[in-house]
Design a protein around this ligand. Structure first.
Ligand SMILES: *Cc1c(COP(=O)(O)O)cnc(C)c1O
Length: 395
């Protein structure tokens, strides 16, 4: 099945003898299950037979979502978690379970992920080396020097949209016996499937494109054959599982993922082209740019004609104060954090995602005071353009 069909059909509608099949997955709230004979429960609890026993172990609504995500990402098993951060925590723990406690991580990852590595894993003895993952020789050196158990990166970085050579890094990780964990939130499984390129574990903040409507906080861990069981084991003991209602909403969201993402990518491309010739705009960052520093990887790894739904741009000579004014003048575009919603969102990295980074470090990362990020929604592109245009006018 193609992706557009998988999103509406996968992970659902199991046929069981004599029972009606609901065409959409019901919300199963029960935390406890029993069977016609205690012998079955005995076998289920002993992992000799598949089945449900207790909500922290598995739940039918979650299993439907997990099977759907396993198919979309071409994995071997998934775990639905209560947030993207919980997904990242479990993925890193599974990667490091029987490997050296050193992580080589991309230096342009989600702020809370840096916090998780430094403030949660650090005190437990995990060392972290940050590296520019778009510089392959720097990655090679970091691996040789630190012998990490895990390499962590985002398939598309925030907010400058860099795309590392996942295939090459996957080969390096394999050779070094390190697990490659990829946060695929920005790309969504429609644009990129890291497990097919050599990643061992893929994580998503399902809060973004998967659920897609700004009403669910959730995460997904999709693993290869080796890591599916360790992820399950950790989840049984730690219990960061998604609630069944959120699971239902996420599945409902995913049914329109292909439609939404296609429109969002189209809108982002229209915006990028319009902004490129706007006199108030100094520079636009978008993946369709033929001069993009990673154009080669984009061509190799992205689905054809999908350049992503996120773009960033610098407003000429804009100070923090004038950007805040620009945000206040937006009438339709939502000036909030997050991305992946049906409505267009505009984020100012300086006060949000990159707030806690020193000005010097921010400058080194190329994130200037006049940079804003837009996550295109599904509205008519004319309306998004008109709103940004009027808000830019008096900047
Ligand atoms: C939002 C986000 C996260 C964290 O996800 P939550 O659902 O907010 O916990 C992690 N990585 C990326 C790239 C994100 O955008």
């Amino acid at each position: 099945m193609k992706f557009e069909s998988q999103v509406v059909h996968a992970g659902d509608r199991k046929r069981r003898k004599g029972l009606a099949v609901p065409s959409t997955t019901p919300i199963n709230l029960a935390t406890t299950y029993f069977y016609e004979s205690a012998a079955i429960l005995d076998r289920v609890l002993g992992h000799e037979e598949d089945g449900f026993s207790y909500g922290r172990y598995s739940n039918p609504t979650n299993v439907a979502l997990e099977e759907l995500c396993t198919e979309l990402e071409h994995g071997r098993g998934s775990l639905a978690t209560a947030s993207g951060m919980a997904a990242i925590q479990i993925a890193l723990q599974a990667a490091l379970l029987d490997r050296p406690h050193h992580v080589v991580a991309s230096n342009s990852i989600y702020g809370a992920t840096i916090g998780l590595l430094d403030q949660v894993f650090g005190p437990f003895g995990v060392e972290v080396t940050y590296v520019d993952v778009c510089n392959l020789s720097a990655v090679e050196t970091a691996i040789a020097k630190n012998k990490p158990g895990c390499i962590f990166l985002e398939s598309v970085s925030n907010p400058l949209l860099r795309v590392a050579d996942l295939e090459k890094i996957g080969q390096m990780a394999k050779q070094a016996d390190a697990a490659l964990v990829v946060d695929n939130t920005f790309a969504s499984p429609m644009q990129m499937r890291p497990l097919k390129l050599g990643a061992n574990i893929v994580v998503h903040s399902a809060t973004k494109y998967l659920a897609g409507h700004g009403d669910v906080l959730g995460g997904i861990v999709v693993s290869d054959e080796t890591h599916a069981e360790p992820v399950r084991m950790l989840s049984r003991l730690i219990g960061p599982v998604l609630g069944p209602f959120e699971s239902y909403l996420t599945m409902r969201g995913i049914k329109t993922l292909a439609l939404r993402f296609e429109r969002q990518c189209k809108n982002a491309r229209i915006l990028a082209e319009w902004l490129s010739s706007h006199p108030r705009i100094e520079r636009v960052y978008y993946c369709s740019d033929p001069n993009h520093p990673d154009a080669c990887n984009i061509k190799k790894f992205f689905a054809p004609d999908l350049f992503g739904a996120i773009l960033s741009f610098e407003i000429r000579d804009a100070s923090k104060q004038s950007i805040l004014g620009f945000m206040d003048r937006l009438k339709m575009v939502v000036p909030g954090t997050s991305l992946g919603d049906v409505h267009t969102l505009l984020l100012y990295p300086l006060i949000a995602s990159h707030r806690n980074i020193s000005p010097k470090m921010r400058e080194r990362m190329g994130i200037r005071e006049n940079l804003v990020r837009v996550a295109a929604g599904i509205e008519a592109s004319e309306d998004i353009v008109a709103d940004l245009d009027q808000a830019l006018r008096s900047i």
